[in-house]
Design a protein around this ligand. Structure first.
Ligand code: GLU
Length: 508
């Protein structure tokens, strides 16, 4: 029987969730759903110096907002918990000890200043930051260079130590990446990574292997930046005797800066004026706020869709996909090897398409919140839905609903009368006075009937409708924009329409 597919997203809770991270979540999620598998969230918090309070909760909320909820995780539990590595601390030592016993790892007693001395001593112009590797191993204070007795004495005396992997001299480690095909590394070029720290905490390298094994992970998808660590992980799987259980790897392509030059960073977003994090993130140390896609007015459907397309397509020109469609169509073999350039204009295009595509009830609460935050009293839902339906084609971001619809809730505070005045005359004044009276008496309050009678009045007064439509718009909206002017009148109602016309007439 084939093994049940199990995948994991394994973030370190160090800050806001970068869109590359959300894309990793998405590909994991799609793969799990497509294959009837489980999607696990594991918090990799073994590096306590980088731990940021609130980051875990933030990650969980981002996943919730995107609709990419894990089947197992610290917040929902599951059969393979705990799902926070810091709570699994006692599990890891036995595996580090096993590696020492089999000769694949060793105790290293070097103090920070000894490591510094090594770096100074072995520094060359070609190698400005020497690593702790096979070239320096025997020059350092560890169980490879010391005698057995010396090592035992240090251990008995309680001298602090770390456990490092002993990378083989000159072997080739090969594995098959689902995106890149066969990938090979020479072990001689990789340093002796720390596996267990002096405080007994594992490092990422040990913990990721142990946990992927214990949690029965079958496929491990992560960013391309982890590719250089893969040989260490492959060797650990082998040395721990779990080679046949090793997950299949896929290293996802980087998301690149808009010009294609390197990985997209939060700083690029700040510099170029677009978000890089899924949701607002406030750094608890500095209190710096970084705006997220959500708060900028992106729909989760659009955000997920645009992320899916950063590195994947289904082989057709189709670009708009629901999550269900993505689940049906996604496959790892169509993920590109090369990095995907991030294009904010394209991201906005996706959002615009999704605003048009979804029924307004679906995102009414979000629009309502944006409007209320701007001080608009949105009124009842039926009215808000009508407003949203009328203006949604004009909105690229959900926040655009404010500018595009505030005149449907409030009398405009200012009218762009400069656009009317140059061509204003007594005939027009007379026309609008008559129009206001006629509107007052109107028996039907439908846009189409309003338009008919407005145009008939213009014809009766020998005025081209084109000459009075712009003034009418400015009277009702305040400026030269917005949806059909009679649709606007229908929505704001008879009394308000008359009031706005009369108000403008007084200013002209
Ligand atoms: N904790 C690692 C990270 O942040 C996870 C890498 C992996 O998935 O193996 O990004």
């Amino acid at each position: 029987m084939a093994k049940k597919v199990r995948v994991r997203f394994a973030p370190s809770p160090t800050g806001g969730l970068h869109l590359g991270g959300v894309r990793t979540v998405l590909y994991n999620y799609l793969f799990a759903r497509r294959n009837g598998g489980d999607f696990v969230l594991r918090i990799e918090d073994t590096d306590q110096t980088r731990f940021v309070p609130g980051a875990e909760e933030y990650i969980i909320n981002c996943l919730k907002w995107c609709g990419l909820e894990p089947d197992e995780g610290p917040h929902v539990g599951g059969d393979y918990g705990p799902y926070r590595q810091s709570e699994r601390k006692s599990l890891y030592r036995q595996y580090a000890d096993r590696l020492v016993k089999s000769g694949h790892a060793y105790y290293a007693f070097d103090r920070p200043e000894e490591l510094e001395t090594m770096r100074e001593r072995f520094k060359t112009p070609e190698n400005p930051t020497p690593q702790y590797d096979r070239n320096v191993r025997l020059e350092m204070r560890n169980s490879c260079s010391l005698t057995l007795e010396e090592t035992e004495t240090l251990l008995e005396d309680g001298v602090p130590y770390v456990i490092r992997i002993r990378m083989p001299e000159n072997e080739t480690v090969t594995f098959t990446d689902m995106i890149r095909g066969e990938v090979s590394f020479n072990t001689g070029l990789v340093d002796d990574k720390v596996l267990l720290k002096a405080d007994g905490m594992p490092t990422y390298h040990l913990a990721v292997v142990v946990d992927d094994y214990l949690m029965k992970i079958t496929h491990a998808f992560r960013g391309e930046e982890w590719l250089p660590s893969a040989p260490v992980h492959v060797l650990l799987w082998k040395y721990l005797g779990w080679e046949s259980e090793m997950p299949q790897w896929a290293h996802l392509p980087l998301i690149l800066k808009p010009d294609g030059n390197g990985k997209l960073s939060k700083r690029d977003g700040d510099r170029l004026g677009f978000p890089v994090f899924a949701m607002n993130w406030t750094d608890p140390k500095t209190n710096d706020l970084t705006t997220g896609f959500r708060e900028l007015g992106f729909l989760p459907e659009a955000f997920v869709n645009l992320l899916a397309m950063l590195g994947w397509n289904d082989g057709t020109p189709q670009e708009l996909f629901t999550l269900t469609e993505l689940t049906e169509k996604f496959s790892m073999d169509r993920v590109h090897k090369g990095g995907a350039k991030f294009d904010f204009e394209k991201a906005k295009w996706f959002n615009h398409e999704w605003i048009k595509k979804l029924p307004v009830e679906h995102y009414r609460p979000m629009v309502s919140a944006f409007l209320e935050a701007k001080g608009i009293a949105v009124g009842d839902e039926a009215y808000l839905d009508k407003v949203m339906t009328l203006v949604k084609d004009r909105c690229t971001l959900l926040t655009d609903f404010y500018e595009q619809s505030k005149f449907l809730f409030e009398t405009p505070a200012q009218l762009d009368l400069d656009a009317v005045k140059p061509k204003w005359n007594a005939d027009k004044k007379d026309f609008f006075e008559a129009a206001a009276n006629e509107i007052q008496e109107a028996t039907s309050w439908k846009a189409i009937d309003l338009e008919t009678s407005f145009k008939a009045l213009a014809a009766a007064k020998n005025i081209k409708p084109g000459e009075v439509l712009l003034p009418l718009r400015i009277m009702l909206v305040g400026g030269k924009f917005g949806p059909g002017v009679f649709d606007i009148a229908e929505l704001i109602g008879k009394a308000e329409t008359v009031k706005r016309i009369n108000n403008a007439l007084q200013q002209l």
